[in-house]
Design a binder for this molecule. Structure first.
Ligand code: SF4
Length: 749
């Protein structure tokens, strides 16, 4: 099923790029289908593989689409700069990971828009695929370039590059869209006729048709269990979020006025404990990962958080699977959550007060006080956490220098409190505020570079605690983000021109070039103040034609309340009739309240910090030496990646590997001398230690473990005094085949 391009990729591309595993397709649980007779779609995340593979939405859509027999869904990412250059040099079009099919051969190229600074990456992806970047230049009925994701709620800056956008949750609408395509792609005589048919769908926006219908962001009412996979794709290389992600709810009931996700994902929809526990348990055996991240905008707000933790403790924690909580609110944080989080890796505990003064927290509608933060600190520091991260923003609407002085006092208070716990690291991370479409702050001004720097100076000069370490986001990046965030169609020519002049990977500090962007704005005659200054509520906004369900009048009233420093109660307390109630009964979308029953025992067992002076498992009682061959498909897997892979497979198959002792126990696996990178092999060895309760068939088990990535050859029990692997191998013998046409090169040498 591999494309004819595959050989070229294998010989001319993979051996010469920095991280071949990004492009080789060496992963667990990928779905490979024959394309014949199917509608094909390639989902693309416009950033590096390790970032894109950590994005949950991608996995949901991949799973839903591939469940249908008549659809084939594959993935691609923007290659790193070195790989982009090599693809051009070797004239290899950008290809999908599953079957190495050129992107231009798919019916749909589906691009997620996760943030504004990926726009030039999108143009690079199209160019590398040989697809005209301007939608007006494309011919025929395929591929259709489809955009989606949170930034599609103001698609105007990139509207000229896309054939269509699907607005809102993609789970069900994407299938409808593909059905619409199937019904019309043969009948439609022209691309325009086909796009017209697609535009008849409520949530589809076709920019080239310039129709002014309102595009409704339709959230799915229910987070159905069948839309989540039990067998997520597991990369063999490390990715940013190297763990299972389980979405426990979507949306947020708080109403922070700066938060685009909070408004975009309304209403709040919660999944049941039963579904979550079932999915988590299955994912453990489907992936081999030993950490579950409970995903949501505010995990501690989940209605049944304690009963959920109690259930996950039984089904996952007892098997050694850790829980992590990426997003927490101080107001709903409890001792129970802290204890459960402490059973995992105690890396960094993160909270986001966002604003430093009480007045500002009223303005942003996030009324937490310092005492609740201190209370949270006391819980987690007692449990042995050493790293705390606090997020703040500077440049929020109506902010003054006085508010920054109060922010410094708040941080100093937190620092002072931490002193009694010894050396605690408090990382304070500051971001410039960006006004976002479809939020009450969409009319606000973007803070200027000079004012941001002045306020950072005020803050820095007042911080007085050795535990506090401050960092801030580059305000120039933020300026560009703000321009695109509230941009219009005039910006497409700027994006194109900046891309042509070398702008790429703008979200990465090392490649971001602010001067280049400012030069291009000038060249294209665009005055950026139009996008950065405060807007009047009477002014028509470029994204007004998109209706996310929240009424504009509600956003206006929230904007006015912010000016008056007045709070809006959060949804669970009082419904403020934001507009969502026209389609949803919000209360009915929450999980039914359940009482926790076994939390007391868990708390009694774990309320003291764990003493890590010994591994819970013994040293290896029995050791085996495994001989294996490295195949073409696995020649780029490092020993570190192979070791992690084997560990996951052993866990999946419940084979009791032994662990080293100490703070960070590691599985007892060692390898013979590493071969040169990129070589296949006829003979390599790994020594593995097992606990004495291992009673399986070692040969069968090793065949299972190794068979997906390597070729298992044999296994031998090590008894008595055995030679360690490093001494067992004297040398490696390499066979290098020099092609005939390279003879000339060697003669010259
Ligand atoms: S309708 Fe009421 S409960 Fe529902 S999201 Fe809007 S404010 Fe919240």
């Amino acid at each position: 099923m591999m494309n004819p391009l595959s050989d070229l990729i294998e010989t001319e591309f993979l051996p010469f790029v920095k991280t071949p595993l990004r492009y080789s397709g060496a992963e667990k649980n990928t779905i490979v289908k024959d394309h014949t007779g199917k509608t094909s779609i390639v989902l693309i995340y416009p950033d590096k593989y390790e970032i894109g593979m950590s994005y949950k939405g991608f996995h949901i859509l991949y799973h839903i689409l591939n469940k249908r027999d008549d659809i084939v869904c594959e993935r691609a990412f923007i290659p790193e700069k070195d790989a982009c250059d090599l693809l051009r040099q070797k004239k290899i079009p950008l290809f999908s990971l599953e079957t190495r099919t050129p992107l231009s051969d798919f019916d749909f190229v589906g691009l997620t828009l996760p943030y504004e600074l990926c726009f030039t990456n999108i143009l690079e992806i199209l160019e590398l695929s040989g697809i005209p970047v301007w939608s007006k230049d494309r011919k025929g009925n395929k591929p259709l370039i489809l955009g989606g994701g949170i930034n599609a709620i103001n698609p105007e800056p990139v509207a000229d590059f896309f054939d269509m956008f699907l607005i809102g949750d993609g789970e069900e609408k994407l299938l409808d869209l593909i059905d619409n395509y199937k019904a019309n792609s043969q009948k439609a005589k022209t691309r325009k006729a086909l796009l017209k048919k697609m535009a008849e769908m409520e949530s589809v926006y076709v920019p080239s048709l310039l129709n002014e219908k309102t595009h409704i962001v339709k959230a799915v009412a229910e987070l159905k269990p069948e839309n989540y996979t039990d067998s997520p794709i597991v990369p063999i290389m490390e990715i940013t979020q190297d763990r299972m992600s389980v979405e426990i709810m979507r949306g947020c009931n708080r109403g922070c006025r700066f938060c685009q996700a909070g408004f975009y994902y309304r209403p709040l929809r919660e999944r049941s404990i039963k579904d979550l526990v079932k999915q988590s348990s299955k994912m453990i055996t489907g992936s081999g990962w030993r950490e579950i991240s409970l995903l949501s905008l505010s995990t501690s707000d989940y209605t049944n958080i304690e009963p959920l933790l109690e259930n996950l403790y039984e089904s996952c924690s007892k098997k050694g699977v850790k829980l992590s909580f990426p997003s927490m609110r101080a107001e709903s944080f409890t001792q129970e959550i802290a204890v459960m989080a402490s059973l995992g890796r105690k890396t960094t505990f993160t909270f986001a007060p966002e604003a430093g003064s009480e007045r500002m927290r009223m303005i942003i509608n996030k009324p937490i006080d310092i005492s609740s933060i201190i209370e949270v600190m006391s819980i987690i520091l007692k449990l042995g956490w050493k790293n705390i991260k606090l997020y703040y923003m500077i440049g929020l609407p109506f902010e003054t220098n006085e508010d920054i002085i109060e922010m410094a006092e708040m941080i100093n208070d937190i620092g002072r409190y931490s002193n009694s716990y010894g050396r605690i690291r408090i990382n304070v991370s500051i971001s410039p505020f960006n006004p976002k479409p479809h939020t009450p702050f969409q009319w606000a001004e973007q803070i200027s570079l000079s004012l941001f720097k002045e306020r950072i100076g005020i803050l820095l000069s007042r911080l007085r605690n050795p535990n506090i370490h401050m960092s801030w986001r580059d305000p120039e990046v933020s300026i560009l983000e703000a321009i695109f965030s509230r941009g219009d169609r005039d910006l497409s020519k700027v994006i194109y021109s900046a891309y042509k002049q070398g702008a790429l990977f703008d979200a990465w500090n090392e490649t971001f070039n602010f001067e280049l962007w400012m030069k291009v704005f000038k060249e294209e005659g665009i005055d950026t103040t139009k996008y950065l200054s405060e807007k009047s509520i009477e002014e028509a906004l470029p994204w007004d034609f998109i209706d996310i369900g929240v009424k504009k009048e509600f956003l206006i009233s929230e904007w006015k309340k912010a000016r008056n420093e007045s709070l809006t109660p959060y949804c669970l307390k009082t419904c403020s009739k934001c507009g969502i109630e026209r389609k949803f009964k919000c209360k009915e979308l929450l999980a039914e309240k359940v009482k926790p029953s076994g939390m007391k025992q868990i708390m009694e067992k774990h309320s003291e910090p764990e003493v890590h002076n010994a591994s819970p498992t013994p040293r290896a009682d029995v050791r085996y030496r495994v001989k294996f061959k490295r195949l073409t498909s696995s020649r780029f897997i490092s020993q570190r990646n192979l070791s992690a892979y084997i560990e996951r497979e052993l866990f999946i198959h419940d084979i009791p590997i032994a662990y080293s002792r100490g703070y960070h126990p590691l599985p007892i696996i060692s390898f013979s001398h590493p071969l040169s990178f990129g070589f296949t092999s006829d003979c390599e060895f790994a020594d593995m230690g097992f606990k004495d309760d291992y009673s399986g068939s070692i040969e069968q088990d090793m065949r299972k473990i190794f068979s997906n990535v390597m070729e298992f050859v044999s296994v031998k029990k090590l008894t008595g005094k055995f030679t360690p692997l490093m001494n067992f191998i004297d040398y490696n013998e390499y066979l290098v085949v020099i092609p005939d046409d390279a003879a000339e090169y060697f003669t010259e040498m």
